[in-house]
Design a protein around this ligand. Structure first.
Ligand code: AGP
Length: 369
């Protein structure tokens, strides 16, 4: 096992550090930056189904569902197609309205999740075209779907999903770009620019990982908090959910993810000087709005950990700690902002002496209802 961990203390840490190369493995051979094209057999062979889809429905569970939420923002922004994201476990039990004009994307690291499998079978029975995004080659879900794309992240052993999440977002981004191009929703210049930006992401993740020692300090400071709040907006709202899930899973600290602007509709009542609030506030999209959300929380004495773009000064001046990530196009910021959140939950769990790779009550793949 020590050899398999490749010198890292835990599989989770190894997998966090593998993300730059895992993402290269995901887009290698698919993203042809020089030629300005995305090649993906499962989509190329069925491009009409995608182009004519009235709607894309994404079904998944847990972290894969969070990747689906990020994809909702990306598909709608790039390809201008309505997207709905469903928990597979809810979808299967609510007599959903779905037909042959729908494309269903099922996301699953393991490819064995029982609820996702049941949702796929239901969607197929209603005539929808079902596309799988799985990591495990030859898994049940990859065999049950009409077509699909593997994430090629390599084995993920830690129960807390890390590299599966970022590689799922990578595949889904490539799919959204491809569809945008096929539908004529994105100019060639813009398309090319996004390919180039995606190509830079692995290097930028490496940069984000350099904050590890600083993140350890933040972990040490807040490891004894009873509750954490994670806030984000737009593309980074799902990242807030994912950050909170990571902390819950491995440290057993109660954490909630919330869209930053929803705070004032309830959760703000929870805030006092004992509540660490992790706010994703990159210099894109809703930056000004997030800054004013931070002001609201600050005035309630919360401890603020800002996830910011390199060189940021506004959020820094309001935060107890900031963790920087490199700049990129808004749609790809989740690939960077998620890195410090993975490391933060990892270090807190290690400091609390928890079993990081095999947390209590959890299995790597949930093959029962
Ligand atoms: C993530 O950290 C989890 N352990 C869990 O939520 C997981 O993402 C979920 O069970 C879905 O698994 P899958 O991707 O293998 O279908």
């Amino acid at each position: 096992e020590q050899i398999e961990k490749g010198g890292y203390e835990h599989f989770m840490l190894k997998e966090i550090y593998e993300q730059p190369s895992a993402i290269v493995d995901t887009y290698r051979g698919r993203m042809l930056v020089d030629k300005g094209m995305v090649r993906m057999a499962g989509m190329d062979d069925n491009i009409e189904r995608f182009v004519n889809a009235k709607r894309i429905l994404i079904v998944a569970c847990g972290t894969s569902w969070h990747a689906g939420l990020v994809a909702e923002y990306i598909f709608e922004d790039f390809a201008r197609v309505p997207v709905e994201v469903e928990y597979a476990s809810e979808f299967r039990y609510r007599n959903p309205i779905i037909d042959e004009n729908d494309v269903v994307i099922a996301i699953s690291q393991s490819g064995e999740t029982a609820d996702t499998m049941a949702a796929i079978k239901l969607a197929k029975s209603k005539g929808a075209f079902v596309f799988g995004v799985c990591n495990v080659v030859g898994s049940s879900i990859s065999r049950e779907t009409h077509a699909g794309a593997y994430t090629h992240a390599g084995p993920e052993i830690g129960v807390a999903s890390t590299k599966a999440f970022t590689t799922q977002i990578t595949v889904l981004s490539l799919m959204a770009l491809k569809l945008a191009k096929a539908k004529g929703n994105m100019s060639n210049t813009d398309f090319h620019y996004h390919l180039q930006e995606l190509d830079l992401i692995p290097g930028k993740i490496k940069k984000a990982l350099e904050a590890n020692e600083h993140i350890k300090e933040v972990a040490k400071k807040y490891m004894n908090a009873a509750n954490f709040l994670y806030l984000g907006r737009g593309f980074n709202f799902p990242v807030a959910l994912e950050g909170a899930l990571k902390l819950k899973e491995i440290s057993y600290i109660h954490a909630e993810g919330y869209p930053a602007a929803e705070m004032k509709h309830g959760p703000i009542a929870l805030i006092d000087e004992n509540m660490p609030v992790v706010v994703i506030a990159t210099k894109k999209g809703h930056y000004e709005k997030v800054v004013s959300n931070i002001q609201e929380i600050k005035s309630r004495e919360a401890r603020i950990i800002g996830i910011v773009t390199e060189g940021d000064t506004d959020v820094r001046s309001m935060s107890d700690y900031v963790i920087e990530v490199p700049d990129t196009v808004e749609a790809f910021t989740p690939l960077l902002t998620t890195i410090p959140l993975q490391l933060l939950s990892y270090h807190i769990a290690v400091m609390l002496g928890k079993n990081v790779d095999q947390p209590r009550n959890l299995a790597k793949s949930v093959t029962v209802e």
